[in-house]
Design a binder for this molecule. Structure first.
Ligand code: 5GP
Ligand code: MN
Length: 351
């Protein structure tokens, strides 16, 4: 076969990581706040293999798993720090090795950062966000890989542990790969991805079932809320190739919003020809607005979020926040769009 899975880490890194794992007794795997399919899939996939290697390993998340991801295998084993702060603290203080998965700076694990900072455990980062902070003794950072889950698979393969991956762990990895590529509809041109998927399916993963769980499962409130948001609150700025959707706290309450109900909404306007940048603002409390941004092609939404909304992310998927009212966030965004010609005046890249 002309395609084979290529090593992603060099022999020295592989040997160092193997030694850290061999020497460790208690391992904690942690991922970013508001964990998504990739954060949870990569963490639970790695955890399964480490447990099968005879390690005491546990996933500790800063906050709760969204309802639509509760189907992921072994999700019940997760220690959620916001629900069980004492257990989380205990796990981390006992750990001799901590993995940082799917995030690149400690700010992304919220209050867990304080506990991690005082721990003397070795730290390993496996991530695909740009500009990893120097917070780990081993940093495996590959922004060109579309998901941390695919990266974890490749690292396990390089370490010689991939045979330990069972159907549960493989389903976790598959979930992360699918969610971070929109079911292989973006960031998905790397042939290596399909070698991994072929192996996961060969291990028994029901890829179609994962698709249904992730992309084809809704609740009535989610459908109605998204329908309302698109019908009433979608604003198109055609001259800037940009779309904006907002939902106020009042509107969220009116539609019995639960976490996860706005998932995917920000992507919808990108289906309109000419729209290359889409922003969604959700007013989570009176003076706090969560911002999500998506783009097509070379429009860098990570820069929009970094420069103006204290956040970051990937070229085509990023987020941040606004401490102030929703109206202020909207007017600020419009002003930014009109004035930041570095980002928005490149008409040839927008249209
Ligand atoms: P989402 O829009 O799904 O919440 O986030 C999309 C991506 O943007 C995430 O995978 C993450 O990389 C990035 N992101 C979202 N919110 C933040 C934030 O507040 N800070 C940073 N640095 N990145 C974020
Ligand atoms: Mn990811």
């Amino acid at each position: 076969m002309s395609f084979t899975l290529k090593p992603i880490i060099d022999k020295t890194t592989s040997a160092r990581l193997q030694k850290l794992i061999n020497d460790a007794e208690h391992i904690v795997i942690t991922c970013h706040v508001s964990p998504d399919g990739d954060a949870l899939g990569s963490s639970l996939g790695l955890c399964q293999v480490l447990q099968d290697l005879g390690k005491s390993a546990v996933v500790v998340t800063p906050d709760m798993v969204p309802r639509q991801l509760l189907f992921i295998p072994n999700v019940k084993s997760i220690v959620v720090a916001s629900c069980q702060p004492h257990v989380a603290r205990q796990c981390i203080s006992r750990a001799d090795l901590i993995f940082f998965l799917d995030f690149n700076e400690l700010k992304r694990i919220d209050k867990l950062a304080e506990i991690v900072e005082i721990s003397s455990a070795e730290r390993v980062m496996i991530d695909h966000h740009l500009d990893p902070a120097p917070i780990a003794s081993i940093t495996i950072s590959h922004p060109e890989v579309s998901s941390t889950s695919a990266l974890v698979y490749r690292v396990l393969n390089d370490l010689g542990y991939i045979d330990k991956l069972n159907i549960a762990g493989a389903t976790c990895i598959c979930t992360g790969m699918m969610t971070d590529t929109g079911n292989f509809s973006y960031n998905s041109l790397d042939p290596q991805l399909y070698l991994i998927m072929a192996d996961l399916v060969a291990r028994g993963v029901d890829k179609d079932e994962v698709y249904r769980s992730v992309f084809n499962t809704s609740s009535e409130s989610k459908l109605r809320l998204q329908g309302y948001a698109i019908s009433r609150n979608l604003r198109l700025f055609h001259e800037y190739g940009t779309a904006l959707i907002t939902l106020s706290g009042e509107e969220l309450n009116q539609y019995h919003y639960e976490r996860g109900d706005t998932e995917g909404l920000v992507n919808v306007p990108l289906s309109i020809p000419g729209i290359r940048c889409s922003v969604f603002m959700r007013q989570d409390s009176e003076n706090y607005v969560k911002i999500s941004a998506r783009s097509i092609g070379d429009f860098p939404v990570n820069l929009v979020c970094e420069r103006y909304f204290g956040g970051g992310g990937h070229l085509n998927a990023a987020g941040g926040d606004w401490n102030g009212s929703l109206d202020e966030a909207v007017s600020t965004f419009i002003r930014i769009m009109e004035s930041d010609s570095d980002l928005w005046n490149k008409k040839e890249t927008i249209h």
